[in-house]
Design a binder for this molecule. Structure first.
Ligand code: KPL
Length: 305
């Protein structure tokens, strides 16, 4: 049966284009009435003729895949609860974390964490996408109860099989919560700096940020512990440098948002760390300072490099 793809970013576009070109059944849900035609340069670096994605009008579907911005999650969940198809597995992917995640997302089936995927899909807009190599994609049950509710092994194999055909490589992992925290940390150590310095990711390696990144990482390690998640400082710093190198020529999603005049996800990245640390009675002065610098930099923009 068809998948329903929600979201207008590169990841949703990639899955839509792969499903369409492989003849897999799907629908898309966009904010407008109907999806716009999509042109796609595939893994073989061939531009496929532009096609009109199938717009969802309430038809039955077997899985919902939503790759959206963190600030859209709460409205999306409220809308999704009103759909007849809200009982099918819901795979949710977004950057950062929400303060009230436990209450807001209890019925989410699986989380997808893409460490570099979006940066390797170039989106001129939702209607022109090109593929530039695979990223690191991990999928896992959001909560143990999701595994029980969805006949774990059969569902897991089915979800993974479709994602492997469309987003490959995708790994099913048991520690998705841990990986979401790691991704949060990596985004906090990269994204705000790319906006403050108006630079591509690779430039961060030349800006002597190691000490600041270490202080920031240490604050996240302490906070994660309050949530029962153990992160290792050295490992976070190493992974951050690896991602910076892997995505050197790309702009971070936050810089892209700023340059396109869209809202950013900072409240769900650095802002999340500041607010949660406060809630837990922890000090996070380095994130606090970074957040202030980030917002100041929005009013004094420099030329992008
Ligand atoms: O996820 C990213 C983002 O831009 O949001 C990183 C990994 C930092 C790469 O750009």
């Amino acid at each position: 049966m068809s998948w329903l793809i929600v979201g207008e970013g590169a990841l949703s576009g990639l899955i839509t284009a792969e499903m369409a070109s492989q003849g897999l059944p799907y629908y898309v849900k966009t904010r407008g009435q109907a999806a716009r035609p999509l042109a796609y340069c595939n893994r073989q670096q061939q531009w496929l003729p532009s096609f009109q994605p199938e717009t969802w009008r309430g038809e039955p579907v077997s899985t919902i895949f939503a790759a959206i911005k963190a600030y859209q999650v709460s409205d999306f969940i409220a809308e999704w609860r009103t759909w007849e198809v809200s009982t099918v597995p819901l795979i949710l992917s977004y950057n950062g974390m929400l303060l009230d995640e436990q209450q807001l997302l209890p019925d989410v089936t699986a989380h997808l964490v893409c460490t570099t995927a979006a940066e390797r899909i170039r989106a001129d807009d939702f209607d022109r996408l090109s593929y530039h190599g695979s990223g690191l994609n991990n999928l896992g049950w959001a909560l143990p109860s999701a595994a029980r509710a969805h006949d774990s092994e059969g569902q897991q194999a089915e979800l993974l099989a479709t994602l492997e055909r469309t987003l490959a490589p995708v790994h099913w992992v048991d520690n998705i919560r841990q990986l979401r925290w790691e991704k949060l940390a990596i985004n906090c150590l990269i994204n705000p700096f790319t906006v403050i310095y108006r630079c591509r990711n690779g430039r961060l390696a030349e800006l002597n940020l190691e000490q600041r990144q270490q202080q920031l990482a240490a604050e996240i390690v302490l906070l994660a512990r309050q949530f029962g998640v153990t992160l290792e400082l050295e490992n976070l710093l190493k992974k951050t440098q690896y991602i910076i190198a892997q995505t050197a020529s790309n702009r971070s999603s936050t810089l892209v948002d700023v340059l396109s005049g869209r809202p950013t996800e900072m409240d769900y990245l650095t802002g999340f760390v500041v607010a949660q640390s406060e809630r837990c009675g922890l000090a996070a002065p380095h994130h606090q300072l970074l957040l202030e610098q980030f917002y100041q930099s929005l009013t004094a923009p420099a030329d992008p490099q």
